[in-house]
Design a protein around this ligand. Sequence first.
Ligand SMILES: CC(C)(COP(=O)(O)OP(=O)(O)OC[C@H]1O[C@@H](n2cnc3c(N)ncnc32)[C@H](O)[C@@H]1OP(=O)(O)O)[C@@H](O)C(=O)NCCC(=O)NCCS
Length: 331
Amino acid sequence: MTTLPKAKITALGCYTPPNVLTNKDLEKLVDTNDQWIMDRVGIRERHIADPDMATSDMAFEAGRCALAQRGIDATEVGAIIVCTVTPDMMFPSTACLVQNRLGARGAWGFDLIAACSGFVYGLTTGAHLVAGGVHNKVLVIGADTMSRIIDYTDRATCVLFGDGAGAMLLEPADDGEGFIDFIGEIDGSGGEYLKMPAGGSRMPASADTVEQRLHYVKQDGAQVFKYAVRKMYEVSRDLLTRNGLTVDDVAIMIPHQANKRIITAVSERLGMPPEKVLINIDRYGNTTAGTIPLGTRDAIAQGRLKKGDLVLFAAVGAGYTVGASLWRWAF
Ligand SMILES: CC(C)(COP(=O)(O)OP(=O)(O)OC[C@H]1O[C@@H](n2cnc3c(N)ncnc32)[C@H](O)[C@@H]1OP(=O)(O)O)[C@@H](O)C(=O)NCCC(=O)NCCS
């Protein structure tokens, strides 16, 4: 168990683009229907960015909101971590683009690729920068424009994802608040089951890769589903156990939102009652690195997460990547 000086989350900002794509809209694109999507995944609608909006634009909006909530200037930020699998381009990093837009002069930063576990990994990385005394203000942003890498002729994937972003500010904590612990695990043996095959050094973009639609998300849904249920349950269980905590101590679990049935199966195994589990996939779909901050915003708005509460974040994503963290909420 880690016994680090603590970091706490002091502000939260989110952004979702105004344009909404409903299941009814998708019925016009592919052979699907609202009933199947609601029953099998639990999504009713998702937000989609306009063509002129990229990931850094959403990340900027979320970051700006978080800083405004805290009432601080961007020049006070020491580091910016942008968690994304849909950067504006391979380089410069999205963190650089956001740093410039925010006017965070003097900050450093980088992009973090961990797919659906991105935000949980980013929060932990940021917490360790604060805990190590390197910085006292770290901005962690999860942002993904999934609509740019989704094949809207593939009904097995196009119904699942949406666009969105969220940001949290990390600062040093006093005793009894903030970061408690984290468990992370990567398992590359699952890499085949969820990936975007082309566009990297293995398979550079060519007329052929475009024609074969290899720049889109490819997924073996059943494999990912089984792994997600098992690992999200295991890391959440182990994290609670090694900190001497039970589900009774947790005020709310905010899991990654990939499929309502995954979340329900995990919470049932944990013995976590439904009122302690945040589900908002019906309105946003899977926004990849955006789901945890968007869920946190809703938990606060619904009065289900308050200062002093114990919150459990948990996620599984492409890679595979797995992560869970525990925090004593501080605002
Ligand atoms: C993708 C997912 C929703 C599919 O659900 P499922 O219950 O496993 O469904 P299957 O893939 O077994 O498909 C069942 C049937 O529905 C069909 N189907 C798939 N997508 C459909 C859609 N959008 N509309 C209607 N039917 C659909 C399939 O073609 C299949 O038909 P068949 O039996 O005639 O072959 C589910 O596997 C899942 O959520 N996986 C994990 C996704 C995930 O977490 N991804 C992000 C990583 S964090």
